[in-house]
Design a protein around this ligand. Sequence first.
Ligand SMILES: Cc1cc2nc3c(=O)[nH]c(=O)nc-3n(C[C@H](O)[C@H](O)[C@H](O)COP(=O)(O)OP(=O)(O)OC[C@H]3O[C@@H](n4cnc5c(N)ncnc54)[C@H](O)[C@@H]3O)c2cc1C
Length: 384
Amino acid sequence: MKNAKTFDVVVIGAGVFGAWTAQCLLRTGKGVALLDAHGPANSRASSGGESRIIRMGYGPDEVYTRWSIRSLELWKDFFTRVNQPLFHRTGVLWLFRESEAYGLASEALLKKLKVPFDKLSRPDLEERYPQARYSENEYGIFEPESGVLMARRAVEQVVQDAVQNGMVYFHEAITTPEGRGRLNSVGTMNGESISAATFIFACGPWLPKLFPSVLEGRIRPTRQEVFFFGTPPGDTRFEPAALPVWIDLANENYGFPALDARGVKCALDRHGPAFDPESGERVATAEALAETRDYLASRFPTLKGAPLVESRVCQYENTSNGDFLIDRHPDFENVWLVGGGSGHGFKHGPALGEYVARLVTQGGATGPRFSLATKQKADERAVF
Ligand SMILES: Cc1cc2nc3c(=O)[nH]c(=O)nc-3n(C[C@H](O)[C@H](O)[C@H](O)COP(=O)(O)OP(=O)(O)OC[C@H]3O[C@@H](n4cnc5c(N)ncnc54)[C@H](O)[C@@H]3O)c2cc1C
């Protein structure tokens, strides 16, 4: 090993989890280095998409609703400070069927936590959003304060801002640490050594490959496809001013209005086949495109046959039930494993960063839902 460098904390992985963790640790006065093998929010990273939803509704999961509330506040403060309009307050419209348990639980929790929302009957929906079709027993819950984070660019800003404030960033790939007890340094694939008091591996879907004995089967990356469809010329009904983000759990579908003139984004929210984030080819399948098109045509008749203008293949890094992993490595007292975003982690970057920074600087045990012990190998998705 050459060029030993020393820090208080080294964060490995500059996706949304690692970037915000580094940013929050820096604010506590720690000397922080952040490393990424391919660059912040790169094309392979789960945080590398154009846009991600931030919504407050989480069914009965109070911890995530609270983290969404906190994160929205921190995202907005951050974007104001760096003068980058990377949050679009489009509103988020949940489409539920009468007596759908998730809808009832969300409504109760939003009320309890005083999150503003409108409950929209089917006639209300038809009046507000006439460009969509609704089924017989459908109703809406509309979150007016929620919306869209411009994901890739937001993470780049978090990293850039931290660098301007003294964090060191390295474009380096870290090899799996060996041994037990206290880890003094990590090695890069270029043969360098980086020392620190604490190491945080926030490597998203790469975590099970880096730590197979601990995480193989406990974090499972799945292939997810996202499509952007062109809208008719001059038609403003699919612009953010006229259409919010929508989430349709019963049909396992969600979508975004045509932001930044990229077309209407639509995707299936169902786990795809296993996927390798490093070597996986990112060409969308005809099957997923056809299924997404069918959904879009049934929801928005005008978009029947709309041309595909872009597609992306990304991956979820799923834990058994969708809860995040934030825990110490069982073999190393000063190594943390942070990941398991499970298709809903992006919005929570700021609150997660604060949480990890608190654990690292003040000590203590992680919450039971985030512990390694609660991560099973069987898939029982419960958090959406
Ligand atoms: C299609 C899709 C839609 C989604 N929609 C939403 C949404 O609407 N709302 C929401 O909140 N969430 C959403 N998510 C989930 C969210 O994007 C992820 O939970 C989140 O981005 C995970 O971030 P991460 O930092 O854990 O991982 P990543 O972003 O993957 O970052 C991990 C980083 O680690 C680096 N790395 C890996 N190995 C090494 C190594 N050995 N050395 C150095 N660096 C390494 C990688 O290069 C990568 O940059 C969605 C995800 C997908 C795929």
